[in-house]
Design a protein around this ligand. Sequence first.
Ligand SMILES: [Zn+2]
Length: 480
Amino acid sequence: MVVRAKKAFIEGRFKEDVELAIHRGIFEESGFLIGSKKLEFDVIVPGFIDSHTHMWQYGLFISRPNLKETTSIKDALEFIESVVNSGAYRPPIIFEEFDQSHWTEKRFITKKELDRVTGPTPVILRRVCGHIAIANSAAIKLIPPGTPGVDKKTGLLLEEVPLRINEYFPPDYEDIKLAILSAQEKMLSLGITSVHEFGSPLIFRAYQELASADLLKIRVYHNFYERHLDKIIHLGLKTGFGNKLLRIGGIKVFMDGSVGGKTAAFFTNYVGEKQHGKLLRTKEELEKLIFKAQDNGIQLLVHAIGTRAIRTALLAFKNALAGGNYLRHRIEHFEFPEEQDIKLASSMGILISAQPNFVTRWGGINGMYHQFLGDEIWRLNNPFKKMSKLGLKIAFGSDAMPPSPSYGIKGAIEHPIPEYSISFEKAIELYTSMGAFFSFEEDFKGKIEPGYAADFVALDKTSPDFKIQSVFINGIRVSG
Ligand SMILES: [Zn+2]
């Protein structure tokens, strides 16, 4: 098979009129004809590598009944009743994405109203932000007593339960596998051919079973949460174990929360509040963990968003990285770095996993970041070009909010702070080859080059509003 494209992304820029032969899923030099099949495309780029996503959780999210289209409380309650009565969903039934501002009544549904249409079936309505939910009487009974943010009287659930919905209401194992397949289909259609996923031993097992059944197509670099670190060490597993389809990544650790939940840790207060978020661990605690992971050959992925979380995480890395960052430890998000932090991270060789879609979604003028943090802090948000100029290695991911690379690339190119915006070419590089580097896979994927896996995406144009035409993994068409 021969792939011809008017433009192909090779060596970090677009080259005109490219022809490449594909031999058993590998790009070969031009002219190496196998059969006569010829594919013609406008633009080809390497398959997108989403360096930070939540594939199985996203799959559950899209598999659930959704309230986004409902226009009033009456409308929503009728829909909820019909879903409950249909028997199509295993209880507890979680409805996603209600937004009372779209309802004519402009208020939340009460527990009483919910109970009337759901009867004894446990039902939870999760708000579009993910931080608020409403539970009916049957669902409230399933939540352990003493759980924070739970108002048994009104059914209102704040933060803890809605944010960790899959822990409080664990999905059925078979449903997890189906969810992964639903997410995979959606992600492939967006041009994503590899993901850096976050899960537990159970989720990893689900991926293994899907791979054995030949159902897993997307390449998965599977990271685990901190609570699984000891198990992984005891088994002797190290970052990188696995194959080109499914591989063990590192351990995810949280330094702070999120701006949306006003739990990201800053040095200055949130607008109109007397608090600036809170660190989830001290520098010393993180340092201990870094040494433990490092002594056992495990990469760390440290979630840090606010100025204070970022500074503390960087200082914790200092001693451990004296000999270099061989395990490619990363900071996830790194959204509000000050210049000294960028320089420090760069001097230590720490990798930055960034989510440009957060800029599209929350980073604009008068957007959520601006409103919650004020002008001065907002001006620090996601300085991609500055970070890149100061030598930081960055890879792009989506955090599945939403998973679309084109939505994210738009944020990187049309950054509201013009000095921070990067070119389309640079954005493609961060969404492809850099993601491969972050998972130690830069030798075989992330580039359109002879000897590399034939994971590639055909686009209609070289601007962020591109449409995906076809998606290939290992030279096999998987979407479009
Ligand atoms: Zn995440």
